[in-house]
Write a protein of this length. Structure first.
Length: 255
């Protein structure tokens, strides 16, 4: 995490202003750097899955480095529909579904945190403890949790293996449920061996690592245009890049 990002996350009002500017205008300059891995993946006619799309900013960031392949996004928060429709107008070959991804088809509560009337939707999750953890990791203002109100909605979640998606790249950012997303994608991942970009979360990292290992995936950090075997570091904010051992030729990059 850069010093600028730490600064904007040090205060709730700075965070809210920077979030608005980033999601609407500055994503072209302050995107998550791991999206640059797309520059090194060989193009074909397969698709990109964006799981945990929020308002569509991740899809717009993806489009900075991949101009053509279809992006399919999944978001369980139905209140973000209008923003996703706006994204649909801004980029080509973009589709979205208003359901989340898990290891079973279900309808359950989604916990959405609010500060006054401002939605902190990027920290939403299916467990209240995951929301609290996300708030503590994402906004550093002291005693903020006491000022947060939680809104509960019923959201739909589905197993992606039940669909015929053929991805070469999958982005997963679901605030604590990334391991369950992988379970619901197991058959798809085994068949197509896509590159995975997953937000690293201390709560489920080791469970997720075991799942990835069983599917023959190695875990890397991406920095300075290079991949390096990732060694777990607590409280480290980044996206890990996961590559199948038998499909490394998909990437034009040094390991």
């Amino acid at each position: 995490m850069s010093w600028l990002e730490r600064f904007t996350r040090s205060n709730i009002y700075l965070y809210l202003v920077s979030k608005y500017l980033y999601q609407n205008y500055l994503y072209r300059f302050f995107y998550e750097k791991e999206f640059e891995i797309l520059k090194f993946i060989k193009k074909d006619d397969k698709i990109i899955l964006d799981i945990g799309s929020n308002n569509g900013v991740s899809a717009r960031s993806i489009r900075l480095f991949n101009k053509e392949n279809t992006i399919i996004s999944f978001e369980p928060n139905k209140f973000l529909k209008k923003k996703l429709e706006q994204t649909q107008k801004k980029i080509i070959n973009f589709k979205f579904y208003l359901f989340g991804v898990l290891d079973k088809n279900t309808k359950i509560k989604l916990f959405i945190p609010f500060y006054k009337n401002y939605s902190l939707d990027a920290q939403s999750s299916i467990k209240l403890s995951y929301v609290v953890d996300s708030l503590r990791r994402g906004i550093f203002q002291k005693k903020l949790i006491k000022r947060i109100k939680i809104k509960k909605i019923i959201s739909e979640f589905k197993v992606i293996d039940n669909y015929n998606f053929n991805p070469f790249f999958v982005k997963i950012d679901t605030e604590g449920t990334e391991h369950l997303v992988l379970k619901g994608l197991k058959k798809t991942i085994k068949k197509f061996k896509p590159v995975l970009m997953i937000e690293k979360n201390d709560l489920n990292f080791f469970v997720m690592s075991k799942i990835l290992k069983k599917m023959n995936y190695d875990i890397y950090s991406f920095k300075n245009q290079k991949l390096k075997k990732y060694i777990f570091t607590k409280n480290e904010h980044l996206n890990i890049i996961c590559v199948n051992k038998f499909n490394k030729s998909l990437l034009k990059i040094s390991f």
